[in-house]
Design a protein around this ligand. Structure first.
Ligand code: LMR
Length: 394
C-alpha cells in the first residue's frame, strides 16, 4: 500500500538547509532558514531560558499529563504578552500548540469546523508552508497582493483591492509583524484601514505572530494585532515562541481566539481542546513550562526582555550596515529598503538566476525568492554579501 504514496515536493526552506549542510566550501554563509544566530554563527540558548530550565528541574515533581488545551499559566501569560491591555478574559479562548505551525494548523482546522466552505486569503508572497498546509487540507487559498517589487515595500492599494473581495466566512491570514517572507510591514494607519475592510466584509482575520519582539519591540510588534483584537468580534491569532524565546526545537506556540461573547468562548474552547485530542492529545509542555516560568518570574522576565532587545538591536544594526555598504557599492539609495524592513528577513527582489549566482559564485544561501535572513550575517559577512549582490547584477 505504501508504494502508492506520491513523492512530495520538499519544503523550499528546509531543502535549502540540507543543501547548505552538504556544501563543503569554506566561508559559505547561510541566510536561508529563519533561525537567529549571534556574531559567531551560533544559535544560543537565552539566559532566562537556561535559568528557567534549572528552576523547572529543581521544582518539577511530575511528568504526568497536562490539560488538553495546555496549562492555564502558560496560556494566560502568552495571551497577556500578545494582547496586553486589550485582553478580555471573558471573550478569549486559547490552546497550547506544537510550535507556531501547530497553532496555524489548529487555527485553520477550527475555522473549517465552523465553516467547511471557508477560503483563506494569504499575502502574495507568504511563508511557503502557509499555502502548503492549506493545499494539503484541501482548503481554497486565495492570494492577495502584498509586496511591491519596485519599492520593496507593501503594495497597499493592491492589498486593499484584493481583500475587499473577501466575504463573511472567509479567513484573512495576516502577518502580525516582521512579515515572514519579505520584511515589509504595514504601518499602524494601514492596520486601521485593514480593520475597516474586515468590518465591511465580515471576513475573520487570522494573525500569524511568529516574530514578536524582533521588529520594533515587544509591545510595538503587537500593535496591529491588538488593534484588530480591540475592534473585531472574532479574531484568531497563531503565535510562536520559537524565535523570541529561542526554543525552536521545544515546539511551543499558542492559538488564541477572540470571540464575541462568553458563550461562544466556551464553545470555542471546547472545540479547540477536541482538536488537540484528535491530533496528538496533550500538547508538549517542556517549552511551555519554560515560557510560563520566564514570563511569571519578574527577574527572568526582565532579563529575557533585555536579551530580546539585544537581539533585536543587533539585527537593526546589521540592516543599517548592509544598507550603507550597498549604498557605497551601488552609488545609489536603491537598497535603503533593507534598513526600513523589520524582523529577520528582507526580500531583495532579485531574480531566481541572481539568487543562484549568489549561491554558486559566493556560497551565500538565500531562499529562492531572494529572502535573506539578516540574523545570519555579522560585521565580517555583510561586505561579502553586499559585493555578491552587486556582482550578481541585482
Ligand atoms: C522560516 O521561515 O525560515 C522559519 O519559520 C523556519 C521554517 O519552519 O520554515
Amino acid at each position: 500500500m505504501l508504494s502508492n504514496l506520491k513523492p512530495q515536493e520538499p519544503d523550499k526552506i528546509l531543502a535549502l538547509m540540507g543543501e547548505f549542510k552538504a556544501d563543503t566550501r569554506q566561508g559559505k554563509i547561510d541566510l536561508g532558514v529563519g533561525v537567529y544566530k549571534d556574531a559567531t554563527g551560533h544559535t544560543p540558548v537565552m539566559r532566562a531560558v537556561k535559568e528557567a530550565e534549572k528552576r523547572i528541574w529543581d521544582s518539577q515533581t511530575t511528568k504526568s499529563y497536562t490539560a488538553l488545551a495546555g496549562e492555564a499559566d502558560y496560556r494566560d501569560a502568552m495571551t497577556q504578552m500578545v494582547l496586553g491591555d486589550v485582553l478580555d478574559a471573558g471573550r478569549t479562548a486559547s490552546l497550547a500548540s506544537v510550535g507556531g505551525t501547530g497553532a496555524l494548523r489548529q487555527g485553520f482546522e477550527l475555522a473549517r469546523m465552523a465553516n467547511p466552505a471557508m477560503r483563506v486569503f494569504y499575502s502574495d508572497p507568504t511563508w511557503p508552508n502557509h499555502v502548503s498546509i492549506l493545499k494539503f487540507m484541501g482548503v481554497e487559498a486565495v492570494p492577495y497582493r502584498y509586496f511591491d517589487n519596485a519599492t520593496r515595500g507593501v503594495d497597499f492599494e493592491g492589498m486593499k483591492q484584493d481583500l475587499a473581495h473577501a466575504v463573511k466566512g472567509d479567513v484573512i491570514l495576516l502577518h502580525g509583524c516582521c512579515h515572514g517572507l519579505t520584511g515589509a510591514n504595514l504601518t499602524l494607519d494601514q492596520w486601521h484601514e485593514v480593520v475597516a475592510i474586515l468590518e465591511k466584509t465580515g471576513a475573520i482575520p487570522m494573525v500569524d505572530l511568529a516574530y514578536q519582539g524582533f521588529g520594533d519591540g515587544l509591545e510595538e510588534d503587537a500593535a496591529g494585532t491588538r488593534l484588530i483584537a480591540s475592534r473585531l468580534p472574532e479574531v484568531l491569532i497563531a503565535a510562536s515562541c520559537s524565535k523570541n524565546f529561542g526554543i525552536y526545537r521545544d515546539r511551543s506556540g499558542i492559538l488564541i481566539a477572540i470571540t464575541p461573547d462568553s458563550a461562544t468562548r466556551d464553545l470555542t474552547q471546547g472545540a479547540m481542546a477536541f482538536l488537540n485530542r484528535q491530533t496528538f492529545s496533550f500538547p508538549p509542555d517542556h517549552g511551555a513550562r519554560i515560557v510560563a516560568t520566564v514570563l511569571t518570574s519578574p527577574d527572568l522576565a526582565t532579563d529575557w526582555r533585555a536579551e530580546l532587545e539585544e537581539v533585536r538591536k543587533g539585527m537593526l544594526q546589521l540592516r543599517e550596515l548592509l544598507a550603507a555598504e550597498l549604498r557605497n557599492l551601488s552609488g545609489s539609495d536603491r537598497f535603503d529598503f533593507v534598513a526600513h524592513h523589520r524582523g529577520m528577513f528582507s526580500r531583495l527582489g532579485a531574480s531566481p538566476e541572481q539568487v543562484k549566482r549568489i549561491k554558486d559564485d559566493f556560497g551565500i544561501y538565500l531562499v529562492g525568492d531572494s529572502r535573506l535572513n539578516i540574523a545570519g550575517l555579522n560585521n565580517d559577512t555583510v561586505p561579502i554579501l553586499a559585493r555578491a549582490i552587486i556582482d550578481a547584477g541585482v
